[in-house]
Design a protein around this ligand. Structure first.
Ligand SMILES: NC(=O)c1ccc[n+]([C@@H]2O[C@H](COP(=O)([O-])OP(=O)(O)OC[C@H]3O[C@@H](n4cnc5c(N)ncnc54)[C@H](O)[C@@H]3O)[C@@H](O)[C@H]2O)c1
Ligand SMILES: [Zn+2]
Length: 362
């Protein structure tokens, strides 16, 4: 099976994203081709490793002694990073070592951050194993950990040397986790590609069945969009902001529910619905296109409720958001399906109107 290769340009030089069914089986060759084959240290979490190690270890001796970190967002801390440093020390890693992160966005972010900082920087290879990580977090070089005060408050830009996305690994993903990643796929359609949006909308059953050829194409489309955006704006000077479509209100929902109620993508789904409403109110999106988005989101499955979440509290979170620069909130509107327009004059009143429209509590 031939793999799709997407090159991402980066200030440290370009790196490839390889998307292909069973790309994992070719990991050894992919690493060797790029001079990344020796001195590698695999970082993963126990549940991911349980599912994937058998597919990895043939011919990859380092994969027999992975560095396993605790699973889940709660482990995305400096303490876990320190455990990775210890593991790297025990393995006597020098600056030629290569960290291979195998897991979802959490593993990718922490392992990437450890790699960015250990000995002032080891190379990192991202092997994302969730939909979210394959279409989003593994590409672009943002790595980091949470502090008790908030998410992703400590981090770095550390572009990977290689990203390997194998859609067949998604077979073992829990259903909710799988669906949560699909909302980000819908986001890519909304911000950059009507054809991608339509394809997802018209093939939802096959996507739910995780049909590999379709997933491969859809994931590659998303990777192309992310690669294009970060290739032109690696450090988020402007363009990269379009990736935040649906994320202003999405993040606020995650925060007011203490990060317990929603998977990230689910909160983004609500955020996109709210942003779409605001876009309709501003005349940049038609009611028909808003309906198309609402239909896809509804068909993607049930979302946790928002009717008990207070608009006022969510507005307070928005005001503290990293996307507020010098008191101005940059807000990404939909300008049709497949296009965006960023504005910086959205008022609290408009935001609360949009939040009311998705059913939040006044
Ligand atoms: N760096 C970035 O640009 C960026 C962008 C978006 C999100 N993120 C970060 O990504 C994180 C969320 O990532 P996530 O949604 O992948 O969550 P996650 O990494 O916690 O993975 C979700 C769950 O899926 C399990 N899992 C992973 N792969 C599996 C597989 N193939 N089979 C079975 N189970 C599997 C994991 O064990 C975990 O319990 C957040 O911390 C977020 O901040 C980073
Ligand atoms: Zn997101």
């Amino acid at each position: 099976v031939s793999a799709i290769r997407i090159d991402v340009s980066s200030e440290r030089g370009p790196y490839p994203v390889v998307v292909g069914a069973n790309a994992l089986a070719g990991l050894r060759d992919l690493l060797a081709e790029r001079g990344l084959g020796t001195g590698s240290v695999y970082v993963s979490s126990a549940p991911v490793w349980r599912h994937l190690s058998r597919r990895l270890d043939r011919g990859l001796p380092a994969a027999r002694t992975p560095l396993l970190i605790p699973d889940g967002e709660r482990a995305k801390t400096l303490a876990t990073t320190a455990r990775i440093y210890d593991g790297l020390m025990k393995r006597r890693c020098d600056r030629s070592a290569v960290v291979v992160a195998v897991g979802g966005g959490v593993v990718g972010d922490i392992a990437g951050f450890a790699a960015a900082t250990f000995l002032r920087g080891l190379r990192v290879v991202q092997v994302p194993t969730t939909v979210l990580a394959q279409v989003d977090s593994a590409i672009g070089g943002k790595v980091g950990v949470n502090l008790p005060a908030g998410k992703n408050l400590v981090g770095a830009f550390h572009p990977p040397s290689l990203v390997v996305c194998d859609p067949t690994v998604l077979a073992s993903l829990a259903r909710r986790e799988f669906r949560a990643g699909l909302y980000e796929v819908v986001k890519y359609g909304m911000i950059a590609s009507r054809p991608l949006f339509d394809r997802v909308a018209s093939h939802l059953d096959q996507i739910f069945d995780r049909e590999v050829p379709l997933l491969t194409d859809v994931i590659a489309d998303c990777c192309r969009i992310k690669a294009d955006v970060v290739g032109r704006d690696e450090r988020e000077g402007g363009l990269r902001r379009i990736l935040n479509f649906g994320h202003t209100i999405g993040h606020a929902l995650e925060a007011v529910s203490d990060y317990r109620r929603f998977r990230h993508g689910e909160a983004v789904a609500y955020g996109m619905l709210a942003a779409a409403r605001l876009s309709v109110d501003r005349g940049s999106l038609t009611a028909d296109d808003e309906q198309c988005l609402a239909d896809v989101i509804r068909r993607l499955g049930p979302l946790p409720p928002v009717s008990d979440l207070r608009i006022r509290e969510a507005l307070d979170v928005v005001a503290l958001d990293k996307k507020v620069v010098a008191g101005r909130l940059n807000f990404v509107l939909a300008a049709g399906i497949g296009q965006t327009r960023t504005v910086s004059d959205v008022t609290p009143r408009e935001l609360s109107g949009a939040m009311r429209a998705i059913g939040m509590k006044s």
